[in-house]
Design a protein around this ligand. Sequence first.
Ligand SMILES: *Cc1c(COP(=O)(O)O)cnc(C)c1O
Length: 395
Amino acid sequence: MREQLISDYLRSMPSPACAYLYDLRHLQERSQRLRGALPPQCKLFYAIKANSDAPILDTLRHNLDGFEVASLGEIEKVRATDHKTPIVFGGPGKTDAELEGALKHSVMLIHVESEHQLRRLNWIAGRRRQAARVLLRLNPAALPGETRATLRMGGQATQFGIDEAQMPEMIALSQNLPNIRLEGLHIHALSNNLDAADHLALVRHYLELAQAWERRYGIRFSWLNAGGGIGINYADPATQFAWDGFCEGLHALLEQYRPGFKLIFECGRYISADCGCYVAEVIDIKTTHGKNFAILRGGSHHFRLPSSWQHNHPFTVFDRESWHYPFPRPGLTDADVTVCGELCTPKDTLARDVRVARLRAGDCLVFSLAGAYGWHISHHDFLSHPHPDRRYFNG
Ligand SMILES: *Cc1c(COP(=O)(O)O)cnc(C)c1O
């Protein structure tokens, strides 16, 4: 995200500033670079739940291989920007209407998460005289090594996917149902993994599982979807997932295993986090029980990620010099501050005890890495404050 863009915006904005700023050129360059480093046998999809705004989808559809969606609403959002971009469709609770909608909108692959879902899909596809192309979503028995991630969806009891022990029956059933075309496996087992070597070990494990089942059932998969889950380092923004090293490792892995299928990566956070920031003006500064607090125009109703993940979200201070009140300006120098929003709940905290060189009422905080799971996971109308200004630049 370009600094200049943020400072130009803030210079032109009246007080109190509160906004999401998104840089589409940055998103375009980033997505091209990420996709360009992958081996040709790998496809990069974007999981749109991270940020499904039309300008984001419109930028990414030209630069990636397709979109991952998890509801009929998301299918419709993708189809509103384009009628032929490849879509893969996941989610544990797909309704009949959603399965029907997926077939109607020519979704490329449906990720099936249970036996009942598979039978319903077969039944609906039969009624429509259509074949459904399917990946079975696997919940693996175990994940290799000690994979460090913020959330786990597989390798343990969760609502996601099909237990590894039940896969043989599910593969057999997929082959027997007349309107199902089994095209491979889908495995999305974790979120926010920061370690490229760990992630490579995960992909190796998935490759081995897929090839073992191909041999055992005498089938040929067309696809292995290895999920998303590549992380963003919020604690230390200068040190991020080693994408180029990961891609080099993938090249070597594909040389070694020579799979007959293509691989999909369906990343959300890793693609769009860095294209957006959340900016909020400091309305007040005070000290209670010995701790300093900065109160923002804004907060977790716009940007729920830090309270949801209970992390300190990285920010920088943008100085604003104008001060129009005829009394002194509250401020801190070289002090720790806890940054809170305008809501009437102590959960509305975006960062705790962070050192600042100087912070004054009227300055703005710029929270970086807010382009994914920011606005889109937040409870916008709790307390009925005005929404932030949301701007897309360089479209
Ligand atoms: C949310 C989700 C993703 C994207 O996850 P990120 O952690 O943002 O990369 C990919 N696949 C599935 C099935 C998901 O639910």
